[in-house]
Design a binder for this molecule. Structure first.
Ligand code: ARG
Length: 460
């Protein structure tokens, strides 16, 4: 097939080179953005008197027709075309003749592809933001339902201090909210228009880049045309933000896997989000969480791949940069799927507060409170810490817990101990006393839930 760029070369490219060079198999998913960009470009060319109003009208109608036909399936993408930009222009020219050949005035595929990708990723960002918000809502709902259920909080995966399940869950809501914030921030820089940078040096035509950008709903334009065509920071930022998001989901997955194990049994997943084993009849596996954890590596790979592809590139456009699309597409697809699955898994999980409490009753997670009790009676914290440690050792030797150690035994360690020591080590009281802002007491968790919901309902 004759190339749109035929002219300089006369010989045929080999089929092998054509296939290797082609990006239409993956960049065709940007057809909507490509056509939207071209509509704005034609509008600008008309306003500036670079093309006639008649040509502009023909281009406009032609492009809208192509969009409609692609959406309806009446027109299908030609895999023989090099990329989506060539495809649209070729069909346009077939359909409207001469005028179609004027569309590419004062434009290059270099600024065109940069624009398309920015527009595409902006749309993806909006979708991802909605999905994160959905997951946060599911997390906050579970947190509310279990705001008073006590489980051991862990450090080093050793039982540390009592916390509420609501508090534990809301920690993830906070992470996810930061993910949204990061993506919104990246979205702002994505909304800078490269179109009009042309091949690299700008153009001799009297274009109006700001008008064209405004047509597309973009607030700013790239102020250096060489940067405009060679900047892929917006892809990398998005991949970086998605990598952090996946890291959060992966940590959450890891906890789900622990919690759903027989060793913990804090949570049971709905049948809708588990799988069985082909050989072991008793199995109920948390495959969704494992896959999310596993796919995290894949998204990191997308980031690393593009970072590496970009690192040695001289200005301005290089064909290496065609390698930007598959990783960002893959990361977006992966993240969207993970978010949907995760939200469904969280919304339908069954929490087992009785198992959480049983675990909380072992492991001396109220030992800090015992030390605080002595501090409340005037002892220095370091001394109180030491005595409490000895008491824990004594309990282990007697096979009892702080709640059941007789008062007489307590008094052997310090005469500051009284009957009210049992209130001090009571698990519910331990949680109730964690009143510091951001702490685990129920009122604090309620405040966190309310704040997070407010954030979601406020800005987008
Ligand atoms: N398919 C190309 C890409 O994805 C479009 C830009 C091509 N530009 C060029 N000068 N060959 O990057």
């Amino acid at each position: 097939m004759a190339k749109l760029w035929a002219g300089r070369t006369a010989g045929e490219t080999s089929k092998l080179a054509d296939d290797f060079n082609s990006s239409i198999s993956f960049d065709s998913r940007m057809y909507r953005q490509d056509i939207t960009g071209s509509l704005a470009h034609a509008e600008m060319l008309k306003k500036q008197g670079i093309i006639s109003a008649e040509d502009a009208a023909a281009i406009d109608a032609g492009l809208r027709g192509i969009l409609a036909d692609l959406e309806s399936g009446a027109l299908s993408i030609d895999p023989e075309c090099e990329d989506i930009h060539m495809f649209v222009e070729q069909v346009l020219t077939q359909r409207i003749g001469e005028a179609g050949k004027r569309l590419h005035t004062a434009r290059s595929r270099n600024d065109q592809v940069a624009l398309d990708l920015r527009l595409y990723l902006r749309d993806e960002t909006d979708e991802i933001l909605d999905k994160i918000a959905g997951l946060i809502r599911a997390v906050a709902d579970q947190a509310e339902a279990h705001k008073a259920d006590i489980l051991p909080g862990y450090t080093h995966l050793q039982r540390a201090q009592p916390v509420t399940f609501g508090h534990h869950l809301m920690a993830y809501a906070m992470m996810l909210l930061r993910d949204m914030d990061r993506l919104r921030d990246a979205r702002r820089r994505m909304g800078v228009s490269p179109i009009g940078s042309c091949a690299l040096a700008g153009t001799t035509y009297a274009t109006d880049r700001r008008f064209e950008a405004a047509q597309l709903g973009l607030e700013e334009i790239c102020l250096n045309s060489m940067d405009g065509v060679s900047d892929r920071d917006f892809c990398l930022e998005m991949l970086g933000d998605l990598s952090i998001l996946m890291m959060h989901l992966s940590r959450f997955s890891e906890e789900m896997l622990l919690w759903t194990s027989w060793e913990f049994r804090y949570v049971e997943l709905s049948d809708a989000f588990t799988t069985g084993s082909s050989i072991m009849p008793q199995k109920k596996n948390s495959d969704m969480a494992e896959l999310v954890r596993g796919k995290t590596g894949r998204v990191y790979g997308d980031l690393m791949g593009l970072l590496t592809a970009m690192k040695g590139l001289p200005l301005a456009y290089n064909k290496d940069m065609q390698e930007d699309k598959e990783p960002v597409f893959d990361a977006c697809d992966t993240v969207k799927m993970c978010l949907d699955v995760f939200a469904g898994m969280i919304a339908t999980m069954r929490v087992r507060p009785e198992n959480m409490r049983r675990a909380a009753q072992q492991g001396f997670i109220n030992a800090t409170d015992l030390a605080d009790y002595l501090v409340g009676r005037g002892m220095a914290f370091r001394d109180a810490y030491k005595i409490s440690g000895r008491i824990v050792a004594a309990c282990i030797a007697r096979d009892c817990v702080l709640e059941t150690l007789p008062l007489a035994e307590y008094r052997q360690f310090s005469d500051l101990f009284d009957q009210d020591v049992y209130d001090a080590v009571d698990l519910d009281a331990c949680v109730r006393r964690r009143i510091s802002e951001g702490g685990t007491c129920v009122a604090s968790v309620e405040r966190q839930i309310a704040w997070v919901r407010e954030q979601l309902n406020g800005e987008k």
